[in-house]
Design a protein around this ligand. Structure first.
Ligand code: SF4
Ligand code: SF4
Length: 140
């Protein structure tokens, strides 16, 4: 019988809108062609214009959003401290913080919570085991 994960009673999360996960250490925000089309539409760009302005090709094949020199995602709005394509943000952003590496063990979750104040936020939503597994299942 498969052992239940350590977060079987759920995890609490409620974004504090600090913008921390949209910047910081260098990294990648992977985007598919469908996501690019949706974000372009939200901003009123053609797919071609959007890709030219905001997307980079990594190792000649995978597409990622461009990072600014300070590490912020190119789509992070510094004035509102939020995402400028929030409604159509990529799966990678939607599924944060329920990524495998953040919840594989309690210490990973606590480490994530040090960086993201939305984790363990007492005012946040209690995500059930099923909801967490659903988020984890969305690949990017
Ligand atoms: S780091 Fe956490 S609290 Fe801050 S914007 Fe990202 S999800 Fe929200
Ligand atoms: S697409 Fe939006 S949510 Fe995702 S990293 Fe960029 S600014 Fe943040």
């Amino acid at each position: 019988m498969q052992k239940e994960p350590w977060y079987r009673d759920g995890l609490r999360f409620g974004c504090k809108q600090c913008g921390g996960c949209c910047g910081g250490e260098p990294g990648y925000v992977w985007v598919t062609d469908e996501e690019i089309a949706a974000m372009a539409k939200e901003l009123g760009f053609s797919k071609f214009e959007f890709e030219n302005a905001f997307v980079r090709l990594i190792r000649g094949k995978k597409k990622s959003l461009i990072e600014r020199s300070n590490g912020d995602c190119v789509l992070f709005d510094e004035k509102t401290r939020g995402c400028s394509v929030y409604k159509s943000r990529p799966v990678q952003c939607r599924t944060w913080p329920f990524w495998d590496q953040n919840i594989d063990r309690p210490s990973s979750w606590e480490k994530t919570a040090k960086f993201c104040r939305g984790c363990n936020n007492p005012d946040g939503k209690l995500y059930t085991l099923e909801e967490i597994e659903e988020e984890r299942g969305k690949k990017f």
